[in-house]
Design a binder for this molecule. Structure first.
Ligand code: BG6
Length: 493
């Protein structure tokens, strides 16, 4: 797919996401010569900055990310693409001026609007863009990128979707889940569908259970307002972790095109057994960090963080167990967990195979063997490992675990930020790594019963010390032999 020159209009350009992700990603695309000639980036912000101030700000954003790779000459070329539009996005004159600016000849008429703003502003901003005919595709395409959270629950997501479809066709909507832009996440598909030896094993006959973990050692930083009304289940599980699950569990799509891929992903979500309200306690667990130590430093508990009410029961840790009721996965439990202020920052998918029969080893020293695991490290360590049992050298018949490594990236290969990939896909019109509304809808359907139960149970929440692996939630596991796996190297039992 070829990319045509376009104007990227960024709402919320002075905010955190733009600083740490969007502007550095656009710069890196320019470094890689992937921005089509003539591409422009128009930043919208409320601050009374002039063009020079904006360029200085962007230089700082890019330098902070690029570090030693920062190249002043390329930045000069990049800055030729940058414009600052000062305005209050709740006021109509902001859009009148915006329409005048975008009509100028230096701006390509293919326009991508990136809404990096509060979800409450999505509707009003779209309405005002539409009033100024900025979505009309007479002279070029118009695309709108919507950041998560897409709604607050199923009802609000449906309401938002209704509003969006009033202004835009589905082909114009790019619902972003930045996890799909991560190289290792895309590698999950390659690993599964480009290696023939896996497919016969990838099912309930051989797999005991699947775990998906996203742990963070950071707390909520300055995001108290947002986080306290969201919580870990909405913030990570409903979106990123369920997306990872779809990639691990889906059937092979007919092709990589957007519809085929998303058809298969949504089938997984639709096949997940609904959690009845009375089973919420058996299938989900929540916790909140108390004060503790992270990397040797004392840190506050959640309730001491800025902008958090002293009696908040918002969860900073959430775990749950799901079952996919289809032919491939029936009966295989899927365990997922995420949390802030945990012992280590790590995203991984761990697939545990069934135990082999031990008959062959009767009368030897081998008492018990670890099952095989496939470990997919998403970040910070990007790896694919298959753990096998091998004989320990020596005169005895004893065994140990060894792992086969299929590294994703060599040392001399640079990491590419997820946003680079996704911002480029918008230019190309490739929606395969963006969410279709039914994916969002079914993801909400899965977590809604849990959210509703937790919303009324506000008297108590389990706590865990910051820097630990979270609260004691082993009751989620189906068997004694199952437990959270936190390491990507062989664990001796
Ligand atoms: C965001 C969440 O969507 O993803 C954050 O709102 C979380 O709370 C972040 O920290 C994690 O993303 P990444 O790419 O750092 O793993």
């Amino acid at each position: 797919m070829n990319a045509e020159p376009c104007t990227y209009v960024i709402f919320g350009a002075t905010g955190n996401l733009s600083r740490i992700k969007l502007m550095p990603a656009l710069y890196h695309l320019d470094v890689a010569d992937r921005l089509p000639e003539g591409t422009r980036v128009l930043a919208i912000g409320r601050r009374p900055w002039d063009q020079q101030k904006w360029l200085d700000e962007v230089r700082d954003m890019v330098k902070a990310k690029a570090k030693d790779d920062f190249d002043e000459a390329i930045f000069q070329r990049f800055s030729g693409r940058l414009y600052y539009h000062q305005g209050d996005i709740s006021q109509t004159d902001c859009y009148t001026l915006l329409a005048d600016t975008l009509a100028k000849k230096e701006f390509p008429q293919n326009i991508a609007f990136y809404l990096s703003i509060s979800p409450a502003d999505f509707g009003p901003v779209m309405s005002m863009l539409s009033d100024k005919h900025l979505f009309t595709e007479d002279s070029g395409w118009r695309r709108v990128i919507i950041e998560k959270p897409f709604g607050y629950d199923l009802d609000s997501a449906e309401a938002l979707q209704k509003r969006i479809s009033h202004y835009l066709d589905e082909e114009q909507v790019y619902r972003i889940d930045h996890y799909l832009g991560k190289g290792m996440v895309q590698n999950v598909l390659v690993f599964r569908f480009a290696n023939v030896m896996l497919e016969p094993l990838w099912n309930r006959n051989y797999i005991d259970h699947i775990q998906i973990t996203h742990s963070e050692s950071i707390g909520i930083d300055s995001r108290g307002d947002y986080y306290n009304s969201a919580g870990a289940l909405r913030d990570m599980l409903q979106s990123h972790l369920l997306q990872l699950l779809t990639l691990v569990a889906m059937e092979p799509p007919v092709s990589m095109d957007a519809e085929s891929l998303r058809d298969e992903k949504v089938k997984v979500l639709k096949s997940i057994r609904p959690i009845p309200k009375e089973a919420v306690h058996a299938q989900a667990f929540r916790g909140q960090y108390a004060k503790g130590q992270v990397n040797g430093e004392k840190v506050n508990g959640y309730l001491e963080e800025a902008n958090i009410p002293p009696n908040s029961t918002t969860e900073t840790y959430a775990s749950m167990k799901l079952y996919i009721d289809n032919w491939r996965w029936r009966g295989v439990p899927i365990y997922m967990r995420t949390g802030k202020r945990l012992a280590k920052a790590q995203s991984s998918i761990s697939i545990c195979f069934r135990h082999p029969p031990l008959q062959f080893f009767r009368d030897t020293k081998v008492q018990c063997m670890n099952p095989n695991w496939v470990l997919l490290g998403i970040q910070p360590e990007e790896c694919i490992r298959i753990e096998m049992t091998v004989k320990e050298p020596g005169l005895e018949m004893s065994t140990r675990t060894s792992s086969l490594d299929a590294s994703f990236r060599n040392h001399d290969e640079k990491a590419i930020d997820a946003y680079e990939d996704l911002l480029l896909d918008v230019l190309k019109g490739d929606r395969s790594l963006f969410l279709r509304f039914d994916e969002v809808e079914y993801a909400w359907r899965i977590v809604d019963p849990i959210l509703q139960t937790w919303a009324i149970e506000r008297d108590f929440i389990a706590t865990y010390p910051a820097g630990s692996w979270g609260p004691e939630d082993s009751r989620l596991f189906d068997k004694d032999s199952q437990a959270w796996r936190s390491s990507l190297t062989p664990e001796c039992k």
